[in-house]
Design a protein around this ligand. Structure first.
Ligand code: M6R
Length: 610
């Protein structure tokens, strides 16, 4: 959460900073700011505004020192998702000490900020924001006589929490100092210029290379060089190479669509193809999974829903005992996990604080720790014993779509290989399933085409409804959960998702004449039972939108007011095509309500706080 950028070099950098922040906006968009050094005047010019980068651009253009801002060659920028302190210009970053000797932009949380603030106040500091991060500006400013790099090293020794920040000071023109602890910070190199940022995507296309920084190291960047210091001040080399060649990183694009969400839904077949290819090429060792006493799949949000499908896949194909849990619950409930267990964290961003926290618990207790992520070089890749990568490409929309289907495909690929290794699957059955897996991109393409007309009708009919119920059983349940999550987050429609068999135990009381009920009725061993549940819903006057597999549709068709038919595949893979119409439903209802699906209120794409 929160995106940070920094530039030092020989070009005027305001546009580089603003463009980088725009690409990092998925990390937060409640307020934003930049600080640029004016070398002539030996001061920092700071511009902040509530809202996104568009609002910040306006504030920059209106600034009385616009000319100096345009000329500056050293600067930092921030796009915020508020944690401590409401959304206001005063709480927007960059933050400075009261003498404005230091400007900082920070991503993360300083957990001991209350104690530090009291101490700093006793020493005479005057605070101007309600943020936890401002203490960092005061700490660095208080030690500035040692030089900016030493002052940053001195500051982090006093901080508890997880953070990445970049500091600059008019007293040291042409220098940026950055550091990180459990939040990402990457450095990029150009000709006579250096960049810092929360993610590669925030840096320009024409980089000559990039590295990720290690925890508790301090990077000192100048136009012509870069030095990395460890916690004791010794010079070290950054270890993790992110980019070796210029222009090698993918730039997200709306591909002519009105939003990243729609572009990313449309891109799912390609994302699946890339992921399946990458998985085939990776030659990943499934030994630890195949030998596991039990596999715990731990994740948050949409990744948790992928994990719920993964449990079926690992148990049925892989023949291994599996459980799936929400990271924020699992890590705090004294989980029974230890040597012989595998804990697989699923996180598209690789940065989700609770998922990483859960993996640390697993590691402390002796479990083998694996990661499944879409972000190479992310925190989980550094912490897990091994990581499986999906290759969905950068996902910008806050609502996860293409990363969900690729996570399920990757879990299917793993389960298949575990099943072969454990002998649960015969080679011929595994070959058949592999064919099905490889057909998934086409199946998804066909599911999208088949969804267009019925989903358009459903949107027209139900976009003003105040409540939706989603029902599913077996692997249809995670799809129902995912459909309800999408509708909540991008269209703000109260929705609930339930195991259809549980409906009679409470939620059926919610139904009234015309309540829209979305039923995931793909091929499964319990399809007949699901049909009875749907009949019960209809008997209470609910209107049913059914997502059914062609071929199995006969079982459900007469109970549906609207029917989306998705192409058949193996029942355990059906969540992949069945999710597509629900993504389109949420997108369509958001649009019908005049909402921007890419920027849902209160949310950020990457949740780096607990
Ligand atoms: O990066 P992660 O996969 O760990 O993110 C987990 C959730 O924050 C994420 O899936 C969230 O629920 C999405 N906004 C859902 O669309």
């Amino acid at each position: 959460m929160c995106g940070i950028v920094g530039y030092v070099g020989n070009r005027p950098c305001i546009d580089l900073l603003l463009d980088g922040l725009e690409r990092l906006e998925y990390r937060g968009y409640d307020s934003a700011g930049v600080a640029l050094l004016d070398d002539d005047a030996a001061l920092a010019l700071r511009v902040r505004s509530v809202g996104g980068i568009a609002e910040l651009r306006g504030a920059v253009a209106r600034h009385p020192d616009a000319e100096a801002l345009q000329a500056s060659r050293t600067g930092i920028g921030h796009t915020r998702w508020a944690t401590h302190g409401r959304v206001s210009e005063g709480n927007a970053h960059p933050l400075s000490d009261d003498g404005e000797r230091v400007q900082i932009v920070l991503n993360g949380i300083v957990e001991n900020h209350v104690a530090l603030r009291s101490q700093l106040r006793r020493d005479g500091a005057v605070f101007s924001s309600e943020t936890d991060a401002e203490v960092v500006a005061h700490l660095v400013a208080g030690a500035l006589d040692r030089g900016l790099a030493e002052a940053v090293r001195h500051a982090i020794a006093q901080l508890d929490g997880h953070f990445a920040f970049v500091a600059t000071s008019p007293q040291e023109p042409g220098v940026l100092v950055g550091t990180r602890r459990a939040c990402p910070l990457v450095v990029g190199y150009g000709d006579e210029e250096r960049f810092l940022g929360s993610a590669l995507v925030g840096l320009p296309d024409d980089l000559r290379g990039a590295h990720a920084l290690d925890d508790d190291t301090v990077v000192v960047a100048r136009a012509d060089g870069l030095q990395v210091l460890d916690a004791r001040g010794g010079i070290v080399q950054p270890r993790q190479l992110l980019l070796a060649d210029a222009g090698a990183h993918a730039r997200p694009s709306r591909n002519g669509h009105d939003s990243f969400m729609l572009a990313e839904i449309e891109e799912q077949p390609q994302a699946l193809r890339r992921t399946l290819r990458a998985q085939a090429a990776a030659g990943w060792d499934v030994g630890p999974l195949a030998r596991a006493r039990r596999v715990s799949l731990i994740a948050c949000g949409t990744s948790y829903h992928a994990g719920l499908v993964g449990r079926y896949l690992l148990e049925t194909w892989g023949g291994v005992r599996a459980e799936t849990d929400v990271a924020s619950e699992w890590r705090h409930r004294d989980p029974d996990v230890g040597p012989g267990d595998v804990v697989l964290g699923i996180t598209q961003s690789g940065e989700t604080a609770d998922t990483l926290g859960a993996l640390r618990v697993a590691r402390e207790r002796g479990a083998h720790v694996l990661g499944l992520t879409n972000a190479s070089g992310s925190q989980i890749t550094r912490e897990a014993d091994a990581t499986v990568l999906t290759d969905a490409g950068p996902e910008v929309s806050v609502a996860a779509t293409k990363t969900f289907v690729t996570q399920v495909a990757a879990l299917a690929g793993l389960s298949l290989r575990v099943g072969l290794a454990r002998g649960t699957l015969t080679p011929s059955r595994a070959a058949l399933l592999l064919d099905e897996l490889e057909r998934l991109p086409d199946v998804v393409e066909a599911a999208r085409a088949a969804s267009a007309a019925p989903i358009e009708r459903a949107v027209e009919r139900w976009s003003d409804e105040g409540f939706f119920l989603f029902l599913g059983r077996h692997v249809g349940l995670p799809v129902a959960l995912e459909g309800a999550l999408k509708l909540k987050e991008v269209a703000y429609v109260p929705s609930d998702a339930y195991a259809a068999g549980e409906m009679k135990h409470g939620p059926i009381a919610l139904l009234r004449e015309g309540t829209p009920v979305v039923v995931v009725a793909t091929d499964s061993p319990v399809l007949d039972k699901l049909r009875s549940n749907v009949a019960e819903v209809r008997a209470r006057g609910a209107h049913v939108l059914a997502i059914a597999t062609e071929g199995a549709a006969g079982v459900i068709a007469d109970e549906a007011d609207e029917l989306v038919l998705v192409p058949p595949t193996d029942p355990l893979l059906s969540p992949v095509p069945a999710t597509v119409p629900l993504q389109l439903l949420a997108y369509g209802i958001a649009r019908a309500r005049g909402l921007d699906p890419d920027r849902p209120r209160n949310l950020a794409k990457t949740v780096t706080v607990e």
